[in-house]
Design a protein around this ligand. Structure first.
Ligand code: SF4
Ligand code: SF4
Length: 102
């Protein structure tokens, strides 16, 4: 089976964006390590995002040091898919940006 690399199937930047489930994210940064476009940042969860989580997800996040990934540079995403493959929690989906929707 061929190995998928960032050079395959790239889209122009700005067509797709990674959507991160903060309920699933454990903040260890595998996505940050593999992204060739520096889309991600791992940091303490924002207060409003934390407040929106259910009790079990809040407890899980405390265990993981309150750290989650944010796609702070989402405009640079070229939809290579490396982050989706690398995420051990299946927390990342690629979504077509709404401006491109039919
Ligand atoms: S790889 Fe997945 S679980 Fe890990 S920080 Fe990124 S989004 Fe979160
Ligand atoms: S698909 Fe993921 S790894 Fe690839 S450029 Fe976009 S955010 Fe980075």
């Amino acid at each position: 089976m061929p190995v998928t690399t960032a050079s395959h199937c790239k889209q122009p930047a700005g067509k797709f964006t990674p959507v991160i489930s903060l309920k699933r994210c454990e903040g260890r940064g595998d996505c940050l390590a593999v992204c060739p476009e520096n889309v991600f940042e791992v940091r303490r969860i924002d207060d409003q995002d934390y407040a929106a989580l259910g009790l079990l997800n809040k407890l899980k996040l405390r265990v993981h040091g309150m750290q989650v990934a944010y796609s702070v540079n989402a405009d640079a995403c070229r939809a290579c898919g490396l982050c989706v493959t690398a995420c051990p929690e299946d927390a990342i989906k690629l979504a077509r940006r709404s401006a491109d929707a039919p």
